[in-house]
Design a protein around this ligand. Structure first.
Ligand SMILES: [Zn+2]
Ligand SMILES: [Zn+2]
Length: 252
């Protein structure tokens, strides 16, 4: 993977929508004066391939909505930026652009479609204890997470949705809708004792695998087939992921 960074202004504004629709959809990001981000790009290239010299100079310290002819008249959302970078680097199989630490858009050239990743956090207590196991088995399996008193984590959750562009909005998924759904789903866990208060973890302890599987089923209900992956970090070094094949995988 090759990475690059650029700082740039843009305005989120879909030309095919009315001003009122744009304002309702994008809020502050629709500010006519524009706003800016420190973008970070990740390019997945074949072995030995490199990005063209000066690639990032085209984007860095520019107003993407005004200065880039290829983006003029477009809704300059992160999907459009990822696709343009992919066009500049035709060898890239995938180009992922992080707009903030909590949001990326990725253009998958091989599949000609997009992925959007949105990150959320929730804070919760838990204590891992499986009543079907002996005390010794519980201790061995769960280590410090089996201590008699609950402890807590700030869980990081990444929801990945995939799709093609809606021709009216030029976006691959309605992020406002995703945020609302995530708010509903995660507020049921935020500031709770997972094993003591959340029915889903009464019999199946709140391991990272079980939390990821629970979130997968809740988001799949809401998002449907657009849902591609759910990742949960219990701590920075302990990640769990469920993908469309619906199998929990411990990452690290
Ligand atoms: Zn923005
Ligand atoms: Zn724990």
């Amino acid at each position: 993977m090759v990475t690059g960074e650029f700082s740039a202004a843009h305005r989120t504004h879909a030309p095919r929508l009315s001003d009122a629709e744009n304002l309702a959809l994008y809020g502050l990001c629709n500010n006519p004066a524009g706003h800016g981000h420190n973008y970070r790009a990740e390019l997945y290239l074949p072995p030995g391939a490199a990005v063209p010299h000066g690639l990032w100079a085209e984007f860095d310290h520019k107003n993407l909505s005004a200065d880039i002819p290829d983006l003029r008249g477009r809704n300059v959302v992160t999907e459009a930026i990822a696709k343009l970078v992919a066009q500049r680097v035709p060898q890239a199989r995938r180009v992922r652009v992080w707009e903030t630490a909590a949001f990326f858009a990725e253009y998958d050239a091989a599949e000609a479609r997009y992925r959007l990743g949105r990150r959320y956090r929730f804070n919760a207590a838990h204590r891992l204890h499986n009543p079907r196991l002996t005390p010794e088995e519980n201790r061995r399996l769960y280590g410090p997470c089996h201590s008699p008193d609950p402890h807590g984590h700030t869980y990081l959750v990444e929801i990945t949705v995939a799709g093609v562009l809606d021709p009216r909005t030029e976006t691959a998924y309605d992020l406002r809708q995703l945020d609302q759904r995530a708010g509903d789903i995660l507020s049921a866990l935020d500031y709770t004792d997972l094993d003591g208060e959340v029915a889903a973890f009464r019999d199946d302890p709140s391991t990272g695998e079980n939390i990821a599987a629970y979130l997968w089923s809740r988001f799949a209900d809401q998002v449907g087939r657009a849902l591609e992956a759910v990742s949960v970090w219990e701590t920075a070094g302990r990640a769990f992921r469920v993908e469309a094949a619906h199998k929990a995988v411990r990452l690290e």
